[in-house]
Design a protein around this ligand. Structure first.
Ligand code: 13P
Ligand code: SF4
Length: 301
């Protein structure tokens, strides 16, 4: 692992590039990055970067968000086909028609969405700040786009608001088999079950803790427990082990992997830095509107 980390760092220094990485990246990529975070932290970090080149190791919408917040910088993604399957579950025309038909609804969009969809939204949110974002709005009528599972989780916490849910979901979190969870809970009866809110309600029901990737990491850090069943992508286990080396972590199902995130590889990162590829471009009229929705989210404390 050390060799690939050193290799990336060497190329990065030569180009004066900054590497941002999501918690679902391979361990060596997280190790080589200048900053590792969840979607909210990555979006915030993007506003503070002082480098000409930013390489985003994550899926496309994450790189697009960085570009929208840094229009004057060169933002690269090592592999442009690394998309988020949930982000593709919104057809803009349908969202436009909804807005026309129901102008009284405020559209709250999860950052796991395209720039075009963000541009059609009133405000963005991540799984770390979704409840705060919705509570900050002085309206009771909300359309939550695109994740119905996260939307349902928020609706449970803000019952005073009427939250309509878009029919989108993350296929990686959606497919956790309930039987495997029951089996693991039986086998490791002392283990704490931690899950991401992109999981279905029937899975969340069994959870001891539900939160975004960074919230899960903080929860484990502060917990006195020593065994955890992990209900989110396996990349996070690298951070969990780092914060609690003596603990045991069991993935909620074998191969709990987001193939899209894993399209970012060490070789592709090196190619990206040396060739300055693949540059993210967002049409100015889209970027301008999407930026408003992202900045509104960042202003929510
Ligand atoms: P976080 O915002 O919790 O890092 O989640 C991003 C994501 O894509 C989860 O599948
Ligand atoms: Fe998108 Fe799901 Fe992968 Fe997260 S885990 S990036 S929501 S496909």
């Amino acid at each position: 692992m050390k060799e690939s980390v050193e290799k990336i760092k060497g190329f990065k220094e030569k180009k004066n590039a900054v590497i941002l990485a999501h918690f679902y990246q391979e361990a060596e990529i997280q190790e080589a990055a200048d900053f590792v975070g969840d979607s909210l932290e990555l979006a915030r970090k993007a506003t503070e970067i002082d480098a000409e080149i930013i390489v985003m190791c994550g899926v496309y919408f994450m790189a697009e968000t960085v570009k929208i917040l840094n229009s004057d910088k060169k933002v690269l993604i090592p592999y442009p086909k690394a998309g988020c399957l949930m982000a593709d579950m919104v057809f803009e025309e349908e969202l436009k028609s909804f807005r026309e038909k129901y102008p009284e609804y405020v559209v709250v969009t999860y950052v796991n969405s395209t720039a075009e969809v963000k541009a059609l939204s009133d405000i963005c949110c991540t799984s770390a700040n979704a409840v705060r974002v919705i509570e900050s709005l002085d309206t009771d009528k909300i359309l939550f786009v695109p994740d119905r599972n996260l939307g349902e989780f928020i609706a449970e916490q803000v019952p005073e608001k009427e939250i309509k849910l878009w029919e989108g979901y993350c296929p990686v979190h959606e497919k956790i088999p309930i039987d495997r969870v029951k089996e693991l809970k039986k086998k490791y009866s002392e283990a704490v079950f931690i899950v991401h809110p992109e999981c279905r309600k029937e899975i969340r029901k069994f959870a001891d803790f539900v939160g975004s990737t960074s919230k899960i990491i903080n929860y484990v850090k502060e917990s006195v427990e020593r065994e955890f069943i992990v209900g989110t992508e396996e990349g996070i286990i690298y951070q969990l082990k780092k914060s609690k080396p003596e603990a045991k972590f069991y993935p909620a199902y074998q191969e709990f992997i987001c193939d899209q995130m894993k399209m970012i590889t060490v070789e592709r990162i090196i190619n990206s830095i040396t060739e300055e590829k693949y540059e993210i471009q967002v049409k100015p009229e889209i970027a301008e509107k999407a930026k408003l929705a992202i900045e509104k989210m960042l202003a929510v404390k």
